[in-house]
Design a protein around this ligand. Structure first.
Ligand SMILES: *[C@@H]1O[C@H](CO)[C@@H](O)[C@H](O)[C@H]1NC(C)=O
Ligand SMILES: *[C@@H]1O[C@H](CO)[C@@H](O)[C@H](O)[C@H]1NC(C)=O
Ligand SMILES: *[C@@H]1O[C@H](CO)[C@@H](O)[C@H](O)[C@H]1NC(C)=O
Ligand SMILES: *[C@@H]1O[C@H](CO)[C@@H](O)[C@H](O)[C@H]1NC(C)=O
Ligand SMILES: *[C@@H]1O[C@H](CO)[C@@H](O)[C@H](O)[C@H]1NC(C)=O
Length: 361
């Protein structure tokens, strides 16, 4: 019996710890250099060297939205200066937040500082883990393999903050390959620049998501569409961006991610991603790769700071050869399908989460 156990242990794959860094909860005083070119295994790695200063930011973002789009949970791990991004500065650059909506529309929102952050990954994987010390927030990325035998990743975000009334997990099992603004993670050496002074990596464009939280005595449990990415920048976010449409959705077999933004000089930048059954159809930052326009009430374009949330968004991806994929989003739910030549005529419905920043007067 003992011999059996020993030999079984010997056969276990050893997930050697390849790398680990500890981020201090202290701002770097002076210029920093953002990572700009992708490297194998580093899609989710800290992106500012030697650290974060007062006007820069680096964050890890996770969300799950329920299939009916009525409930959502978003967790963000920040390493951000007081004038970096628009999150609340809690005395140091490290903090984590949970924002969500209950099925009855009640919004919850908590933020908590951390005293350090330990970021690690194992040898054989880009799946990254982070422990935000003394905050109760952590995430753990591991490589898994799906029933199709394809490599996939699981991220478990754990919140253990009973003093804030929250314990539980968000679990994301990836369904579509990781990418950068202009191409797949599988081709290292590509740009990570989304537009001037803003960088982006998208480790999990689509995931089977599961939320299991206890929030002040209320069980918040749902399955849905999950997503994980990270952004970083070396200049205050509000000075770089005038309008920003970003979102993700799942429509039948399709996973879509859109990003269409105008920088402070008024130049439009694009990044569009479409995968079908986990196979990438589009991953491009070419002009018009994806064009997002608001419609209906508050549909003015370009939007101003005072413009409310638009009634809807039309999102059109250019798949090349005259083909498009379109999505029409209203209040969290989306309809969409293939358009143009070779249109299969099917329309799908799904859930999405999106964000619109309006930073122009
Ligand atoms: C932070 O780093 C950026 C990029 O090097 C630099 O332009 C900026 O002046 C720095 N900010 C501070 C407050 O040192
Ligand atoms: C929404 O649900 C939560 C949890 O069950 C409850 O505490 C809250 O009172 C509800 N809010 C409304 C407006 O019904
Ligand atoms: C992540 O989970 C794996 C598998 O359960 C475990 O071996 C590892 O220690 C965890 N890593 C962290 C940083 O919690
Ligand atoms: C739980 O309740 C406490 C006390 O009312 C409040 O401070 C805290 O923000 C609540 N937590 C959440 C996640 O809403
Ligand atoms: C999106 O939906 C709205 C409302 O149903 C409709 O007016 C509009 O034409 C749709 N856009 C597209 C591209 O289908």
């Amino acid at each position: 019996m003992l011999r059996y156990v020993v030999s079984a242990l010997a056969l276990l794959p050893v997930a050697a710890l390849a790398e680990s860094v500890t981020l201090p909860n202290v701002l770097h005083d002076g210029p920093i250099t953002p990572d700009g070119i992708s490297a194998k295994g580093h899609i989710d790695w800290p992106k500012l060297l030697p650290g974060v200063n007062a006007t820069s930011y680096d964050w890890w973002y996770f969300d799950v939205v329920s299939a009916d789009a009525k409930a959502s949970a978003t967790v963000v791990f920040y390493n951000s200066g007081p004038n970096g991004f628009i999150n609340t500065f809690l005395g140091g650059p490290l903090s984590a937040s949970l924002i969500g909506v209950l099925p009855n529309g009640t919004v919850y929102d908590i933020s908590v500082p951390a005293t350090s952050a330990i970021i690690s990954r194992s040898d054989d994987s880009s799946a990254t883990s982070a422990v935000y010390t003394d905050s109760g927030f952590s995430f753990n990325g591991t490589s898994t393999s799906t029933h199709h035998g394809k490599a996939a990743q699981r991220y478990v975000v754990t919140i253990d903050a009973p003093e804030l009334g929250v314990t539980g997990t968000l679990t994301l099992d990836s369904l579509a390959p990781a990418h950068y603004p202009c191409g797949p993670d599988s081709s290292p050496g590509q740009t990570e620049l989304l537009f001037p002074h803003v960088w982006w990596s998208n480790a999990v464009p689509d995931a089977a998501g599961e939320v299991d939280l206890l929030i002040n005595g209320t069980e918040v449990k749902f399955d849905g569409v999950g997503y994980h990415d990270k952004n970083w920048g070396d200049t205050p976010f509000v000075t770089t961006t005038s309008t920003w449409y970003w979102g993700h959705a799942r429509l039948g077999p399709y996973s879509i991610v859109w990003f269409d933004a105008f920088d402070s000089a008024g130049v439009e930048h694009y990044s569009g991603y479409v995968a079908k059954d986990g196979k990438v159809l589009l991953g491009s930052c070419a002009q018009d790769a994806v064009v997002v326009r608001p419609w209906g009430i508050n549909g003015e374009f370009p939007p101003k700071i005072g413009t409310g949330v638009p009634q809807g968004l039309e999102v059109v991806f250019d798949l090349g050869y005259g083909k498009t994929f379109w999505a029409n989003r209203t209040l969290g739910t989306v309809t969409g399908g293939l358009g143009g030549g070779g249109c299969d005529g099917r329309t799908y419905q799904g859930a999405s989460l999106f964000e619109e920043f309006k930073l122009t007067q």
